[in-house]
Design a binder for this molecule. Structure first.
Ligand SMILES: NC(=O)c1ccc[n+]([C@@H]2O[C@H](COP(=O)([O-])OP(=O)(O)OC[C@H]3O[C@@H](n4cnc5c(N)ncnc54)[C@H](O)[C@@H]3O)[C@@H](O)[C@H]2O)c1
Ligand SMILES: [Zn+2]
Ligand SMILES: [Zn+2]
Length: 347
């Protein structure tokens, strides 16, 4: 089959690789129909994730048709159209039993290299999906591939960050970073009842998309986000900040934007090991800080229901629809911020 493979920093190629086969009785083999390039793939592209070896298949956002099921799979049969989580979870270890699927003792991330379970990715004609009964969901009736696709990653990541912040209807939110994940956070916060959402990004056009969705744009190259948001919140700051970039600068900004007693919920990925935690500021402000990888299995059903109910349209972030062969150019455009979300259409 054809697949997008990692070759080195800034170098991905479409190559012919072995077709995936069932390795475990709980596996499903999927014929991928739609895939996407994620902000997290860019960390691989930049060589920031150890354990991604040349030749490994990339990608972890996908919709497809079940082609073959392992003997233990109960929820799916050949021909089902499914969307899947970017990370896999066994469903029965101690962590899965407490609902912490992102901490699964046998978990991993598709297409993310040796350090994340050594699982091949989904930017490919076919993919092996482990623990399929837990990792996959049938695409609800009436939804297109593209409408369902982001429930497996960025939309549910963003929704989960909002849920983890404990947002109550009527509260104010600042979303730092309006890449695809940040845009999903804007939509999620509005869907669960935020009174105002401020959308902060260095790139003006990205804040403008957020504005069309109902947010207040804060292009942070042109205006100081702290003074602007203080102005709009009577000097208080926001109840909740969602950090959707990754790294010390935007985390620090989040601590400055939040009001006393407020909550910061971070999902941005960074390769930096350390962050100078603003101890005194947090103590005095009585803050709650939450950071973590997404728990897709926990939230995916709620998210698919919001999409199906017309409360969230995740396709607004898609700017490019390309073939598998065009994927290297898709990576280049996404990396240069000349593309929003890049969707790969397969068979
Ligand atoms: N925690 C998880 O499970 C999880 C899941 C999916 C994605 N992510 C992470 O979420 C982050 C965002 O993903 P994405 O797909 O939207 O990526 P992206 O790279 O497309 O978006 C990042 C955005 O942040 C903006 N930005 C950069 N520096 C900024 C600054 N100093 N101030 C304001 N804005 C700034 C950029 O202009 C860009 O619009 C990535 O780090 C990704 O790896 C995490
Ligand atoms: Zn991702
Ligand atoms: Zn588990």
């Amino acid at each position: 089959m054809k697949a997008v493979t990692f070759q080195g920093v800034g170098d991905v190629r479409v190559e012919t690789v072995n077709d995936p086969v069932i390795k475990d009785p709980a596996d499903v083999i999927l014929r991928v129909t739609t895939a996407a390039i994620c902000g997290s793939d860019l960390h691989l592209y930049h060589g920031k994730i150890p354990g991604m070896l040349p030749g490994m298949v990339m990608g972890h956002e996908y919709v497809g048709i079940v082609e073959e099921v392992g003997p233990q799979v109960r929820a799916f049969r050949k021909g089902d159209r499914v969307v899947g989580a970017f990370h896999v979870a066994c469903g029965c270890c101690r962590q899965c039993r407490r609902g912490a699927y992102n901490q699964c003792e046998r978990g991993g991330v598709l297409g993310y290299g040796m350090a994340f379970g050594n699982l091949e990715g989904t930017q490919a004609e076919y993919a092996r999906i482990p623990f399929a009964d837990y990792t996959l969901r049938k695409v609800p009736e009436g939804l297109t591939d593209e409408q369902a696709l982001f429930a497996g990653d960025i939309l549910t990541t963003a929704y989960g960050a909002v849920r983890n912040s404990g947002l109550s209807p009527g509260e104010t939110v600042a979303v730092v970073g309006c890449g695809p994940v940040g845009i999903m956070a804007v939509m999620s916060a509005l869907a669960v009842g935020a009174s105002k959402v401020f959308a902060v990004d260095l790139v003006r056009e990205r804040t403008e998309l957020a504005a069309r969705l109902g947010a207040i744009p804060v292009p942070s190259k042109e205006v100081n986000p702290v003074s602007k948001i203080n102005e709009w919140t009577d000097g208080e700051g926001v109840d909740v900040v969602i950090e959707a970039v990754g790294g010390p600068a935007t985390l620090q900004l989040a601590f400055e934007l939040v009001r006393g007693g407020g909550r910061v919920s971070a999902v941005g990925v960074t390769s930096e090991d350390r962050f100078a935690f603003p101890l005194m500021q947090s103590l005095v402000k009585d803050l709650t800080f939450r950071i973590g990888v997404a728990n897709i299995h926990r939230d995916i059903d709620a998210v698919l229901a919001l999409v199906r109910g017309g409360r969230i349209d995740p396709t607004v972030v898609v700017t490019h629809r390309i073939s598998l062969e065009e994927a290297p150019e898709g990576y280049r455009l996404f990396d240069q911020r000349q593309a929003g979300k890049v969707v790969i259409k397969l068979n």
